[in-house]
Design a protein around this ligand. Structure first.
Ligand SMILES: [Zn+2]
Length: 481
């Protein structure tokens, strides 16, 4: 009798569990419909359920408080810096480094002075460096020319993360129509006075936060580089410089042409370009940085473009991207080519030239806030996991393993997954320790997987995609894999 009773109770429990699952499924469907097409698409797709009994409820740690408020951005300061840069006449890298009134040296002086003032006003944390070097390229006429970059470094406060560096960069050189013409005016208000202004304003916003809250865990480098127009010379050098100083690049944010937004309905979203990388069936670290920025700043602020740069064009993130580092490019929504790389002139009633009057500071201020907030949260986060692996092919379960150094300020790790056709990650589960986790009843084949670290403060590292174990299919002898 007792046994019968037990088995009856057991059946009731099973029925109740099935009922509860149905309720959850319906709730999930409604929620999906309310939160966006990507989730809704999942709910209506007629595919086997993975896992069959439903995904575990992941613990959710709220993102960090203290988001940088838009009204704290100093648009006036950004505008006056750009005016100073334009007034240098030309900032061609081959122009004078020593004339305080005209040429690229004039621009270096203004930027270094700004950074020094910011440092003084925020307790002296910000270290200003003028880095001098020489480079040779086709666009230096094949001979070595002097170059200088300006850096302001906000040191990380966590001994374990202080050698992890996040970089925001704009290029302070400009060019007229002829990239070798040292005499012509090259105002370069948008390209790239705007990116320099974003880098300097980010330095101001984050130094202030560091002064009030005692600093961020990782180091941030605010850069203004030269030589971009002569062939990405300054940023290639910066990539080497940070390596020599013993830093690991956690992320590089290149801001280039982020000042104008003339289309009706402005301010629009800023575009963030990220390359695919060269990993089979997965994404590059740069793509993960783009996703992290979009998650931090929101889809209404960031328009991700899954392409390394504008079609057929390049920028300062490229040397970092090619080195396998996480690097993205911010650029305004829709460019006007009459205002780029043009010697100022009027032809057939068309005005050419990169003037300050075309800039939109409401838009540019948004870009500064978005950069600074992304840097803040990334520099507050634990280090990303390492050695993320996916195994379990030809078994019913996906197994994900990863390693991580000890970190007392880390809450744990989020296991991420997405449909192979989906642009964004979803959180599958949460676990507090590194090692291996088995996703019961989840195929290795139908999703991509990644892991990221979550701080107790809610800041997330960029995601690290799981590398797959190589199981090359049998192929005819002599075929190259
Ligand atoms: Zn540029």
């Amino acid at each position: 009798m007792m046994n019968r009773m037990n088995s009856l109770l057991c059946k009731v429990e099973i029925r109740f569990a099935r009922f509860a699952r149905k309720v959850l499924a319906v709730a999930g469907f409604l929620l999906a419909g309310a939160t966006g097409p990507s989730l809704a698409q999942k709910a209506v797709a007629h595919d086997p359920a993975e896992p069959p009994s439903g995904k575990p409820q992941a613990k959710f740690v709220a993102r960090p408080a203290g988001r940088i408020a838009r009204q704290t951005v100093d648009e006036k300061g950004m505008r006056s810096l750009i005016s100073e840069l334009v007034e240098c006449g030309t900032r061609l890298t081959l122009s004078s480094w020593s004339d305080p009134k005209r040429g690229i040296g004039c621009a270096r002086d203004h930027i270094a002075a700004r950074m020094t003032t910011i440092s003084k006003e925020t307790g002296g944390r910000l270290q200003v460096v003028v880095d001098k070097f020489e480079m040779t390229a086709e666009r230096t006429g094949g001979k070595a020319v002097p170059l200088e970059n300006v850096y302001a470094i906000l040191p990380g406060t966590d001994a374990k993360l202080a050698k992890r560096i996040f970089i925001v960069s704009g290029h302070f050189d400009s060019r007229p129509s002829d990239v070798m013409d040292l005499k012509a005016d090259a105002p370069g208000a948008d390209d790239d006075g705007s990116g320099v202004a974003v880098s300097v304003e980010s330095a101001r916003l984050l130094s202030k936060i560091a002064q009030v809250h005692g600093g961020l865990r990782a180091t941030i480098l605010f850069a203004a580089v030269s030589g971009e127009e002569q062939g990405l010379l300054g940023s290639s050098h910066l990539n080497e410089w940070v390596k020599q100083q013993g830093y690991t690049v956690g992320g590089m944010l290149d801001d280039d042409i982020v000042g104008a937004d003339p289309a009706p309905g402005a301010p629009h979203r800023v575009r963030v370009f990220s390359g695919n990388g060269e990993i089979d069936d997965a994404d590059s670290a740069s793509r993960e940085l783009a996703r992290a920025i979009e998650e931090i700043d929101g889809r209404d602020a960031i328009r991700m473009v899954f392409r390394v740069d504008r079609y057929g064009r390049g920028g300062d993130h490229y040397p970092f991207y090619k080195a396998g580092l996480p690097a993205v490019r911010f650029t305004e929504p829709l460019e006007n080519y009459d205002h780029q790389h043009q010697t100022p002139r009027t032809e057939n009633g068309v005005e050419y030239g990169d003037y300050e009057k075309y800039l939109n500071f409401a838009f540019m201020g948004n870009v500064a806030r978005d950069n600074a907030e992304a840097l803040r949260q990334l520099a507050m986060a634990p280090a990303p996991p390492t050695n993320a692996r996916l195994t379990g092919a030809v078994t019913p379960d996906a197994k994900i393993s990863w390693a991580a150094d000890e970190d007392l300020l880390r809450a744990g790790f989020e296991i991420l997954w997405r449909e192979t056709t989906e642009p964004r990650w979803q959180v599958y589960g949460f676990t507090d320790k590194a090692g291996e986790t088995v996703l019961k009843g989840v195929s290795t084949d139908n999703h991509f997987f990644a892991v990221r670290a979550v701080g107790k403060n809610g800041a997330r590292s960029i995601a690290v995609v799981t590398e797959i174990e190589r199981r090359p299919p049998p192929m005819p002898t002599g075929t190259k894999q």
